[in-house]
Write a protein that binds this ligand. Structure first.
Ligand code: NAP
Length: 341
């Protein structure tokens, strides 16, 4: 049955987030209905209420934790009352090689984003977690492992997954030196994960006030970019989370021979000298959040290592202020909306 949902949406591009009510699509046999408890505010939400948005109104929110309130007749993996989580992908073709391998975010037909994307079955546009409830196929709904604080775990679903997946893919671990660039929502979790994986961790920040904090988060070294002395030919892997165009040549120069800089921050373009890549046979790669296999592994890893986000919890009346502060780089390190407040 379809239901009317109270949500918070940008009604037009660049507009403020306002209360908005919409008619949800009909539930399908494999759907799980979730009462949203907490939803993180990702920098991507800023992009989507701004330049990237389409199909307004946009209900953002793609890192959420909630409780199952209803399951479709074919659901086998979740039960009413379970604490569950949803990330940035809510559907995919399920037939292509990446989907069959549990790497649905690499779906060859483009995975369906949790919000702001056309529903694969022609049933409107997907709506995210800035809402009292959400529905999604059980495949893309994750059991929250015991022991993780639900509010602080919500950002793991996007911010965490987006740094965990490339850290695993490019084999961060003992004997490897890993740089994390931009100590924000993604970056602070990148520091925690890379440290827990056993790597030597170097944090790169433009904010002098964050340098010491980066050591608390688990970095072995903190470098203030643009100001401090940069390492040279030393890092095996760099995960760059910066959302804006920024000088990447000094970062490439910090890589060891054959090192890789993985950009997950989605800047509008890369500011890098090709010569810096040629010298030392270095690579630039891109990556995004992990698929269902990686996300499940990330959640278990987080529970095993006691990793959650450092958060500032806000009420639903504070969403616009939080978005403004996020834009001004004024959060340590993730806003999470308490949807009951
Ligand atoms: P965030 O919390 O705002 O953190 C970004 C950090 O980058 C800031 O805290 C700041 O760290 C640094 N930074 C910001 N502007 C900068 C500039 N002009 N020059 C240099 N450094 C700058 O954002 P987030 O939520 O972590 O997201 C980061 C980006 O990743 C966003 O563009 C988001 O859309 C994208 N994203 C991509 C995926 C994906 O699938 N690839 C998934 C999620 C998010 P310091 O203060 O330490 O310098």
């Amino acid at each position: 049955m379809s239901q009317t949902v109270n949500a918070f949406a940008a009604l037009e591009r660049g507009g403020p987030i306002r209360p908005w009510t919409y008619r949800q699509r009909d539930a399908r046999p494999h759907d799980v209905r979730i009462e949203v408890l907490y939803c993180g505010i990702c920098h991507t939400d800023l992009h989507y209420v701004g330049p990237w948005g389409r199909d307004y109104p946009v209900v953002p929110g793609h890192e959420l934790v909630g409780r199952v309130t209803e399951t479709g007749p074919s659901v086998t993996t979740h039960a009413v009352g379970d604490l569950v989580a949803v990330g940035p992908v809510i559907d995919s073709c399920r037939e292509c090689p990446p989907c069959l391998a549990g790497e649905e975010t690499l779906c060859l037909t483009v995975a369906t984003s949790t919000y702001g994307a056309p529903d694969r079955h022609g049933d409107g546009v997907t709506r995210g977690g800035y809402a009292e409830q959400i529905i999604g196929d059980e495949r893309f709904v994750y059991r929250l492992p015991d022991g993780l604080d639900p509010a602080a775990a919500a950002p793991l679903l996007c911010a965490g997954s987006t740094v965990f997946a490339p850290l695993r893919h490019w084999e961060a671990g003992p004997g490897r030196t890993v740089g994390i660039v931009g100590i924000g929502g993604l970056g602070h979790l990148g520091v925690k994960f890379a440290r827990a994986m056993g790597a030597h961790v170097v944090a790169f920040t433009t904010s002098p006030a964050k340098a010491e904090d980066a050591l608390r988060l688990g970095a072995h070294e903190a470098v203030i970019t643009g100001d401090g002395e940069m390492p040279a030919n030393r890092l095996d892997l760099i995960i760059d989370t910066v959302p804006a165009v920024h000088p990447m040549t000094p970062l490439v120069q910090a890589l060891a021979t054959d090192g890789t800089l993985v950009s997950v921050g989605l800047p509008a373009s890369f500011d890098v000298a090709p010569f810096a890549l040629a010298v030392g046979r270095k690579s630039i790669a891109g990556a995004g959040a992990g698929g269902t296999r990686s996300t499940r592994e990330m959640l278990e890893f987080s529970a095993a290592h006691g990793i959650t986000a450092d958060i500032e919890v806000v009420g639903t009346g504070d969403i616009n202020t939080a978005l403004k502060r996020l834009e001004a780089n004024d959060v340590k390190y993730r806003f999470v909306i308490d949807m009951k407040r």
